[in-house]
Design a protein around this ligand. Structure first.
Ligand code: BJ8
Length: 424
């Protein structure tokens, strides 16, 4: 990575602590990613983005701020990026996916909080991630109890605006969500000083839809056999989608998909055609959480789809682009976002329907239902997920894990046994 020490110091980061992270990341990435064989050339761009993760994009965000722009940090796929970009802001995903940040979060949070929340709070309070330092404002949401309370703690350090996400999907909830998007719009206009117009919102709805379409194209390519790209690489791309410049990301991903198209027509893949095809469902895998994919794929199976927020939940259902007034555009945004099926909703049959549909579309041999430790929502919903999946005759295993490496061997043994069972 180029030298960004001055930038990090100007951001008030803890340089000594951050150095430790900078030392371990390249090895972790090399071990998990660069060790793969026959990677598409188009991955070079995404490798570069990760290699420069705390440099290039943060520098762009700072440049945006120097020109008077604002940066908004988000933690959930229900927060509509379209609104932020339409007000001339930049939205950047902030979820922490590394064990490195967890102890910092544990200083202020109960130990039995999910690692995603602990890492996100720790990254900010320890000053060890430039993205968390740069954001002018965080946009939280009322998805789970841990997050709701974490916003109050973070708000002592950085302004946090919270969107009140309904927990049911009745007509009145949809209307309430529309109102929430309108309130976000007002807030973002106030912070940026820019008014959102129909034209500029339409432009940004298209921009984000293009990103969704590129991701949908990548995932469609994963339906083929042999699969032309590893699950690990696909996961990395999706993780990068949360913070890279959306236009550039889309262009680079479409170039990669052009290359994958050729692989598919040549029958070229990264796993043998008979490798077990695995779906992963559950809680999001924020960068650099690659643990489960790494375990599955080093055992010879291919992860071909993720029913995760770092997966299909992020890009399915493009926004209807035909809104001809701001009210209509907001209505279409609300409709689109409410189609996402997170376990924070009750009831949540849509998620099980999604899993069944994906199992068929991607010709899945087995499902790994994986949730982060202490996520009550997903671990409880797991009962219904497993019940439905088993009824459909699809082998399923449940894993509860955190960001540490402590359970790596145990996870490996369990996944190995599951894969052996699939082969019988
Ligand atoms: S839409 S999954 S991004 S809330 S894992 S913090 S739920 S205790 S991340 Fe999520 Fe939005 Fe839902 Fe997706 Fe809480 Fe569970 Fe932790 Fe979670």
């Amino acid at each position: 990575m180029a030298d960004y020490r001055q930038m990090w110091s100007d951001l008030g980061m803890d340089l000594e602590k951050h150095d430790i992270l900078c030392e371990v990341l390249p090895d972790a990435f090399g071990g998990v990613y660069l060790s793969q064989e026959n990677r598409p050339e188009g991955m070079d761009y995404f490798n570069f983005v990760v290699a420069e993760i705390h440099g290039v994009r943060p520098a762009e965000l700072i440049e945006h701020q120097q020109k008077g722009g604002k940066v908004f940090g988000t933690f959930c796929v229900y927060v509509p990026d379209e609104i932020i970009f339409a007000a001339g802001g930049i939205a950047t995903g902030l979820c922490g996916g590394s064990q490195f940040w967890v102890p910092g979060g544990e200083k202020v949070l109960p130990a039995n909080t999910c690692p995603l929340i602990k890492a996100s709070v720790g990254a900010r309070l320890d000053g060890t991630c430039p993205f968390f330092q740069i954001a002018d404002m965080y946009i939280g949401e009322t998805t789970c109890d841990g997050k709701k309370k974490a916003w109050e703690i973070l708000n002592q350090d950085v302004p946090v605006y919270v969107m009140d996400l309904p927990q049911m999907k009745r007509e009145k909830d949809l209307q309430a969500w529309e109102e929430e998007i309108k309130s976000l719009m007002q807030k973002v206009e106030e912070v940026t000083g820019n008014k959102i117009t129909i034209e500029v919102l339409a432009e940004n709805i298209k921009l984000i839809n293009k990103k969704r379409n590129a991701l949908a194209r990548l995932y469609a390519l994963r339906k083929t056999s042999p699969v032309p790209i590893s699950g690990k690489d696909a996961l990395l791309i999706t993780q990068i989608a949360f913070y890279d410049d959306p236009g550039r990301f889309t262009d680079q991903l479409n170039l990669l998909c052009d290359e994958l198209d050729k692989r598919v027509s040549n029958g070229e893949g990264v796993f043998p055609a008979d490798a077990p095809r695995i779906m992963i469902t559950g809680t999001p895998m924020a960068i650099p959480n690659w643990k489960l994919h790494h375990v599955v794929e080093t055992l010879g199976a291919a992860v071909v789809v993720e029913e995760l927020c770092t997966g299909v939940r992020y890009f399915e259902n493009p926004v209807d682009q035909s809104g001809s007034s701001l009210d209509e555009q907001v209505q279409y945004l609300a409709e689109r976002y409410m189609k996402t099926n997170c376990a924070c909703f009750t009831p949540n049959p849509g998620r099980i329907e999604d899993i069944m549909r994906l199992a068929e579309e991607y010709r899945i041999d087995g499902i790994i239902d994986c949730n982060l430790q202490f996520c009550g929502l997903y671990s409880t919903e797991s009962y219904l997920v497993q019940q439905a999946v088993k009824k459909a005759g699809i082998p399923v295993m449940h894993i509860e894990t955190d960001y540490s490496e402590q359970d790596f061997e145990q996870m490996r043994t369990r996944v190995e046994a599951f894969l052996e069972m699939l082969e019988k």
